[in-house]
Design a protein around this ligand. Structure first.
Ligand SMILES: Cc1cc2nc3c(=O)[nH]c(=O)nc-3n(C[C@H](O)[C@H](O)[C@H](O)COP(=O)(O)O)c2cc1C
Length: 369
């Protein structure tokens, strides 16, 4: 166990009071019920992980024709809001805090997942070199339809309604998904965005849609309960940008002006030199709470906190098999391995059946003192 234990110190992120700096990353697990409604199983799963400083719940659909996975949850219908209310109640009853990641896949989906609807994007360029899974099989991505400027207010409206619904459902905050090659990232990064209108070309133009969405979320929640995820170097979904440093700096400056609760910088691998440069740029331009994610373990997380390159560390895969990750870090217990075969399969197996350490008398706890 690390000497410093900064991971276990409290942190104020906007209006959020985190008891520790071990944050749970948004993780799609495809366990929603029919019509993308979250049920008891999802409530149980998140409640099991309530000791995280903050849970950022999985990418959640902002519209009925914006599904990209099978059985991911939505936040656009009254039934979904009622389902999520059970989730937030369960997490709060277990002493936790939970934010919702609001999301639109843009071109990273398929008509078979959306009743025949063609995907939309900043351009008509399809994702190449990757495929998408549907109930009918795995396919190449189709070419998206390029959104007209006149349609973009409607996209912002989807996110605003999602934030309002998230508030009704009792979420402590929302995180705008600006990462991983989904719709907002498809506008942001110039490997996809080839527009020549006010939503293309300069960084300011490419980031316009994302900040319209962030501002809509701020109107609903207040800046102190809004976060943003960004992944300038993550190539997933066939993404690239010609100048990720300038992009990071511009977004960080804009977030700083808005005083949002937290900035989630998602690295492909935090230790890569190019990623460390981005972290330094973000740190300099953004004076709020910077959370970093991507391949951290306990020791490297402590190092980043000690070096001042992050205020909190976001853990993804470690939370899948270790619902009590905070306690395991604290006690120096071994981490359970993830069963990758059950990441997206229905039911509790590989979802809610990963046990916590025994609370009393276990060897792990004995080792910790
Ligand atoms: C099963 C799985 C599902 C994921 N789903 C999401 C998601 O819904 N939203 C998101 O922003 N990132 C998602 N990610 C990425 C993780 O949040 C995280 O960024 C990534 O796993 C790197 O962190 P780690 O090294 O701690 O696992 C997912 C990753 C995995 C493995």
């Amino acid at each position: 166990m690390s000497k410093q234990n900064l991971l276990f110190t409290p942190l104020k992120a906007g209006a959020l009071e985190l008891p520790n700096r071990v944050v749970m990353s948004p993780l799609t697990r495809s366990r929603a019920e029919a019509e993308h409604v979250p049920g008891e199983l999802i409530a149980q799963y998140y409640a099991q992980r309530a000791s995280a400083g903050l849970i950022i719940a999985e990418a959640t659909m902002t519209a009925g024709d914006a599904s990209a996975f099978i059985a991911e949850p939505g936040i656009y219908s009254p039934e979904q809001v009622a389902g999520w209310k059970k989730v937030t109640d369960a997490v709060h009853a277990a002493g936790g805090r939970i934010a919702l990641q609001i999301w639109h896949p843009g071109r990273a989906t398929h008509p078979l997942l959306n009743a025949g609807a063609q995907p939309v994007s900043s351009s008509d360029r399809p994702i190449r070199g990757e495929q998408i899974r549907t109930l009918q099989g795995t396919y190449d991505y189709p070419a998206p339809r390029r959104l007209e400027v006149s349609e973009l207010a409607g996209i912002v409206e989807l996110f605003r309604a999602a934030a309002e619904n998230a508030k009704d459902a009792g979420f402590d905050a929302v995180q705008v998904h600006g990462a991983h090659g989904y719709l907002l990232d498809q506008f942001l990064r110039d490997g996809v965005n080839d527009r020549d209108d006010q939503y293309g070309g300069s960084l300011e133009n490419r980031a316009r849609l994302m900040f319209e969405v962030v501002d809509a979320a701020i109107q609903v929640y207040g800046a102190d309960r809004v976060g943003l995820r960004l992944s300038p170097l993550v190539p997933f979904n066939d993404m690239v940008d010609s100048d990720p440093r300038a992009l990071t700096e511009y977004v960080a400056e804009q977030l700083d002006r808005r005083r949002i609760a937290f900035f989630d910088l998602r690295h492909a691998n935090h230790a890569a030199p190019a990623e460390e440069v981005l972290a330094r740029i973000a740190r300099r331009a953004y004076t709020g709470v910077l959370m970093r994610n991507g391949g951290f373990d306990q020791a490297t997380g402590e190092d980043a906190l000690a070096a001042g390159t992050a205020d909190a560390i976001i853990y993804g895969k470690p939370f899948i098999a270790n619902p009590d990750l905070v306690e395991r870090f604290r006690s120096g217990a071994e981490l359970a391995p993830v069963d990758f075969s059950t990441l997206y399969t229905p039911g509790p197996k590989g979802y809610t059946d990963y046990p916590a350490l025994e609370s009393a008398g276990g060897n792990h706890l004995a080792l910790a003192v």
